[in-house]
Ligand binder design. Sequence first.
Ligand code: HH2
Length: 269
Amino acid sequence: MGIVNVTPDSFFDGGRYFDPGAAVEHSLRLTAEGADLLDIGAESTRPGSLPVDEAEESRRLIPVVAAVAKAVSVPISVDTSKAAVAQAAIDAGAVIVNDVTALRGDQAMVGLVARTGAGLVLMHMQGTPRTMQQAPRYDDVVEDVRSFLLERAGFAMEHGVAKSQILLDPGIGFGKVLVQNLDLLARLAVFANTGFPLLVGPSRKAFIGRLVDRPVQDRAWGTAAAVALAVAQGAHVLRVHDVAAMRDVVKVAAAISRRTSFPLREQHA
Ligand code: HH2
């Protein structure tokens, strides 16, 4: 899943694709690089970021979704937690809603997803982007995140969303300190074994910066390590900025992990 941020302030590509023409061009580039899906967003959720209002989010996002949907054949996901924005994006050609609030942000979202049959990414986040990194606390991060995601999936299905519409995502970096991110990434097989497809988004995030002591523009190799280990544990969708490079990483990691004797799978199966 290639990332397209139509924002002035995203942590890696903020401002680069804020212009709609640049966002469309970038989407075409990611598709040419082999992206199987695109995730287009117009509100940064980086730690400390402030929410964007609905009108502004739609103004940034919808023309880009409409133009990209016309130009590419891969499915388009829209990274929003507002039902009206998601509805407009679906009308413009998006087919997946990536809701980082897992249906807690806008109570109209679940009905919209049920009605339209759109795909739905349910992501775990503790707190809100503005405050989430202040003091995240868990009893057992893997179990807490797993039970949250299953509860949210249950909520969606009770409201008419089909199981086959749903993907789960542990929300790397969303209200987690370094060791909590590492515990989640080390035990992704727990999430891959829930019966829902697993999406993981480690790309260039701060936990990588902490480990390798490099700025965001120099974190592709660190991302590659996280992507490879995620694939080895059964992750189905990797949300990344660097599609060409990570596609190779995924191919090699998937080929190796398909061998049944690969230890990471056995350990967590
Ligand atoms: N991460 C980001 C945004 N949306 N959605 C899902 N499902 N999973 C993620 O891990 C995830 C996400 C943050 O990354 P990015 O879009 O690059 O940055 P920003 O939020 O600053 O726009």
